[in-house]
Design a protein around this ligand. Sequence first.
Ligand code: GLU
Length: 364
Amino acid sequence: MTRRLIGRSCAFALVALTLHAVVSIAADLPRVRLVATGGTISNRAGSRLTADELLLAVPSLSRYVRAEAEQFANVASSQVTLDQWLQLARHINDLYQKDPALSGIVVTSGTDTLEELAYFLDLTVRDVRPVVVVGSMRNPSTLGYEGAANLLEGFRVAAEPAARNKGVLVVLNDEINSAREVTKTDALRLHTFQSRGYGVLGVVDPDRVVFYRDVVKRHTAKSEFDLAGVTTLPRVDIILVYQGATSDLVKCAADAGAKGIVLAAAGAGATAPGQSEGIDYAASKGVFIVTTTRTGSGRIAADRAQPASMAAEDAPAAVLQRRQRNSSSIAGEDLTPLKARVLLMVALTKTQDPATIQRFFTEY
Ligand code: GLU
């Protein structure tokens, strides 16, 4: 009898010890918060997955992190408004400010406009801790739904100390890309998110998260953009350059109240002859004109990058065109038209000085 009692108390002690070990290991895991906004990753037929249901879809999450979740929105990415962008950036800044023990934040988004939201957060969240944007190409009701895998990888990256100070990261399909560089390149394929010539920042492998390079442009904690006091983002439109394009769309954007126009120009910055009058009209109304390339990669150099002494016959036509326009002409550097629009919107909340805006385009 006594021996049986001793045996039983030993077993209890063992269970208690094991439980204690499990609880303290769990307590040591990094805390990562999901802020869900919707998108295909939660677009289950019938009813969308909630933030909590997204967590339940990833049972192995508890091996890596202490996960928590909140629902910010539950819509397609194209339905998220610019006011919601502002609210989301403020909310993430608040979460980090009030919670020093929070290790990372994962944001789910629809993939269609994910790259725009991610770059906005890259410019406006001011903390070194990771913000990882995750989505999926297949919805939860589809065979081969990859959302749960992407979410797990997003959480693992958000919990990873090496992911700090790298700006906002986009994680899908086992790859980590910089929010500044990544673009959705395919309407359907799983490998749609690419950083083109720059390549991935890192990968999420079964054994660990691996980074291969850093982000040298300014972002997050080094950003000078402060949303305090910003109630609305200024209107900035994108106008595509193509053969035979005319001036009326540019004029229309200016008349409709655009504070900036991003030209998705041909090649290294050429516009259609028919657009010149409209661009000059917009510039004369004080609208900032940012030239980018529609090619998908490459750089539009700031005028100051051209030697001032460069003879007219040696300067690229696009540079001459911009020199002739008033000082509100900005070179978009290597930003795609979509990213340049995001930067110009954010820039215009801070300054109206063309030289400062040009500096932003070379530094961010
Ligand atoms: N692919 C869509 C998006 O980018 C998601 C569709 C949906 O969630 O309804 O938001």
